[in-house]
Design a binder for this molecule. Structure first.
Ligand code: ACO
Length: 393
């Protein structure tokens, strides 16, 4: 066995690799889609061609999900059948309810949701079936049961009995009912429904891309949705709505907002709820949520929170709008969810409950015309290095 020192890497140049690429797959088109369209310069978001504002004003989450999965709005009979099918699936398998009881009460809800959505695969008699009809059915199961998982987990950690789903209620009303043990007011249920519409899809964002990458191996719907939940919880993605709330809690008064933000910017810190890879204008979801947050905060005595938010926005627009940094979907979600009465660590799970609709639409679209995702990396390391025996290192 040689004991000579490890040879240095030879200086030979690596094979030519493409240049001009940007990290983070920025500007890379990885697939085509008919589900949602974003114009980041003009601040436009459409689901299947319909402006997000139009859907928020006129649609329901069930109808929007049908739109995302079918490429068109349903007629009355189709909507009724789709909604009835969703409601019939709200209940969890008995074994999964037992699993929820075993989750540590200190667990973070996003970790609980990710783990339990993954576990749903084990209650499916044929979890790997990937024909489009089977994928739709599995996605509908997860869409119907994820709210039950979140509500049950939250009641478990609070030491409260579970409240069985109300199959006569729509997605939004049923979730708030299971969580709180009381029917929400129509205003709260409607506000929550609108939040679900606004968060349902957003082009090839990180979590949606993750879902498409996973299903492209012909893995299974549960794995794809589980991976997407894992992606969403990051603070650079859906986790930002919780950071916004933490920031609002840290700022003692409306007047303190200016100094707080200026101090952060002076240290080059990023302000949660601002900036976006695609939007260089006002995120249209943020405009709608701003109106909703104002109304709900007035209704629930949370005007202070809304006032702090607008104070932060004013500083950020003054300092950063020229760089294309505006409020994103997460910024006014925080005040909205707080006013609906949701605890801080349920904000990102709310995003996930809604985005399951979009992720599933993309999984179905991917399966209908699949090609494995397998990008390339620019290798910047050495070549031709000789293996050094451990005694020589
Ligand atoms: N506050 C202050 N400055 C910012 C912010 C911000 N929130 N966002 C970006 N910038 C600045 C960066 O400091 C950087 O400045 P520089 O050119 O002087 O170095 C420049 O804008 C570009 O920023 P990047 O991080 O390179 O932009 P990228 O496209 O990678 O990031 C991201 C987008 C991750 C969303 C970023 O804006 C961010 O971290 N925002 C805060 C977290 C957040 O709100 N995430 C939710 C996004 S929406 C969603 O996923 C649902």
């Amino acid at each position: 066995m040689s004991t000579s020192p490890a040879p240095a890497a030879p200086a030979s140049a690596p094979a030519a690799t493409p240049t001009g690429w940007k990290k983070g797959l920025e500007d890379v088109i990885a697939t085509d889609t008919k589900i949602s369209f974003i114009d980041g310069e003009k601040g436009v978001l459409e689901y299947v061609g319909i402006a997000i504002d139009d859907l928020a004003r006129n649609s329901t989450f069930e109808e929007t999900t049908f739109l995302l999965w079918n490429g068109r709005l349903p007629n009355a009979a189709e909507l009724e059948a789709f909604s009835a099918d969703l409601r019939s699936r709200y209940e969890l398998p008995a074994g999964l309810i037992e699993s929820i009881k075993r989750v540590p009460k200190t667990a973070q809800p996003m970790h609980a949701l990710r783990t339990l959505v993954s576990e749903l695969a084990m209650y499916d008699a044929d979890p790997n079936k990937n024909d489009v009809a089977s994928a739709r059915s599995k996605a509908l199961n997860v869409l119907a049961q994820a709210p039950t998982i979140v509500a049950y987990f939250d009641r478990h950690r609070r030491g409260l009995p579970f409240v069985a789903p109300d199959k006569s209620a729509n997605f939004a009303t049923n979730f708030l009912y299971m969580l709180n043990g009381a029917k929400p007011t129509p205003t709260m249920a409607k506000a929550f429904d609108v939040c679900m519409i606004l968060h349902a899809d957003h082009g090839l964002n990180n979590s949606t891309f993750s879902a498409r990458v996973i299903i492209s191996t012909m893995s299974d719907v549960y794995s794809a949705l589980t991976g997407a939940i894992g992606s969403l919880r990051g603070p650079l993605h859906g986790g930002a709505n919780e950071d916004v709330m933490k920031m609002l809690n840290e700022i003692p008064t409306v007047d303190a907002a200016e100094g707080f933000i200026q101090n952060k910017l002076a240290t080059k810190a990023k302000i949660a709820g601002f900036g976006h890879r695609v939007y260089k204008a006002y995120d249209p979801r943020a405009s709608y949520l701003k109106t909703l947050a104002k109304q709900l905060s007035e209704d629930t005595g949370n005007q202070d929170l809304y006032a702090k938010s607008t104070a932060i926005e004013q500083v950020m627009l003054r300092e950063k709008a020229a760089k294309g940094i505006y409020p994103n979907v997460d910024f006014y979600s925080a005040t909205t969810y707080h006013s609906i009465g949701l605890k801080l660590d349920l904000f990102t799970p709310m995003f996930a409950l809604s985005r399951i609709a979009g992720w599933s639409g993309h999984i179905i679209e991917q399966l209908a015309d699949n090609r494995l995702y397998r990008p390339d990396a620019q290798y910047n390391g050495p070549h031709g290095v000789k293996y050094a025996p451990i005694s020589a290192r």
